[in-house]
Design a protein around this ligand. Structure first.
Ligand code: CDP
Length: 224
């Protein structure tokens, strides 16, 4: 039986979180950002003094063994990722965490742990899960798969508009370069690289409003 999962994969700053949250709301489904989970690993690794370019495997294993993650009701009412008993919305979105998350996400031990946690989060009704490898590796049998993208310049503009997510003095060009570096790392890694699943529907959201993208995806879901 196919997994009760709507997989939304795609490159950095393609709007996956906004769209996946919107779809989950409209369908009254659960929402999981797997990017936030990799970011939580990076955040905890930074606090443990782990150098992402020269990883101390023992220290990283300790970080992973003690890391607690689950979606819990937050003060605003929606369910948010709780990391070691805290809601870390802003902390997880810093440029340093972004860069380190992509580096640590290349490591087999990190990917195995995250995929196991993500699979354990499913199975209790419909779930919208967004990331890089959901339709290809974590849930290759997902009921619905989408690959969301947008032009590099549009993605850079969207990221720059998100407060606290770019370095001070960042420009569209410098953000585009950072995004490209991260995408390159994500696409070229040996395990679970970023790529469109053969059976995923490609959605290019360049020039589209959020509501238009949501409608396009919902129509596709309803047509099946
Ligand atoms: O928000 P943004 O698109 O910039 O990134 P994110 O979705 O929060 O993911 C942060 C990083 O985690 C990515 O650049 C990937 O390196 C990694 N990631 C991954 O490897 N696999 C996933 N399923 C999700 C994220």
């Amino acid at each position: 039986m196919p997994a009760d999962v709507i997989a939304i994969d795609g490159p950095a700053a393609s709007g996956k979180s906004t769209i996946a949250k919107g779809i989950a709301k409209k369908l009254d489904a659960a929402f999981v950002s797997t990017g936030a989970m990799y970011r939580a690993v990076a955040w905890k690794a930074i606090n443990a003094g782990i150098d992402p370019d020269k990883v101390d495997e023992k220290a990283l294993r300790k970080v992973l063994d003690s890391l607690q993650m689950s979606y819990e009701p937050a003060p605003g009412g929606s369910k948010e990722l709780m990391v070691d008993g805290q809601f870390l919305a802003h902390e997880l979105r810093s440029p340093e965490v972004s860069a380190n998350a992509s580096k640590l996400a290349t490591l087999p031990i990190v990917r195995e742990r995250m995929a196991a946690l993500q699979r354990a989060m499913a199975g209790r009704g419909l779930i919208v899960m967004e990331g890089r490898d959901i339709g290809t590796v974590v849930f290759p049998d997902a009921k619905y798969k989408f690959f969301l993208t947008a032009s590099p310049m549009e993605r850079a503009r969207r990221r720059l508009a998100q407060e606290g997510e770019s370095k001070d003095g960042a420009t569209v060009e410098s953000v585009a370069k950072e995004i490209e570096e991260r995408d390159c790392l994500d696409m070229s890694r040996a395990i679970a690289p970023l790529k469109k699943a053969d059976d995923a529907t490609l959605v290019d959201s360049s020039g589209m409003q959020v509501e238009e993208v949501l409608q396009k995806i919902l129509e596709e879901i309803k047509s099946r």
